[in-house]
Design a protein around this ligand. Structure first.
Ligand SMILES: [Zn+2]
Length: 117
């Protein structure tokens, strides 16, 4: 697990490496403990699948820190193959916010790298 402050871009934080998940995490402190209060997959750099929660859970369990049992905020990202933009899906509308093309119902962010070759 790599942690940086909120102002760091996720891809830079991870040294440009591939990751199992990415997002934002809020740590809460009380007199005796530190625990994760909020955790999301909100990373427009990596656009991780919501299913990447499992990797986050494993990492948090390894360091023995209390955490929620799921992303407290989960986001869906899709790549528009028509105009080559990333989209954050809102209200389950799978339509490109730039060109209005229909977006894949399946996570397809991996197609960005394939098209950049
Ligand atoms: Zn588009």
């Amino acid at each position: 697990m790599v942690i940086s402050d909120r102002h760091a871009e996720h891809v830079v934080c991870a040294g440009g490496q591939n990751v199992l998940s990415a997002g934002e995490m809020t740590f809460n402190f009380d007199l005796e403990d530190i625990y994760v209060g909020e955790v999301s997959n909100q990373s427009t750099g990596y656009c991780p699948k919501t299913e990447s929660w499992k990797a986050v859970e494993i990492a948090l369990d390894k360091i023995k820190i209390a955490h929620p049992d799921f992303f407290t905020s989960a986001f869906e990202f899709r790549y528009c193959e028509n105009c080559q933009t990333k989209n954050l899906i809102k209200e389950e509308v799978y339509e490109c916010s730039v060109c209005c093309a229909d977006l894949s119902l399946d996570w397809n962010i991996d197609k960005i790298k394939k098209n950049k070759k």
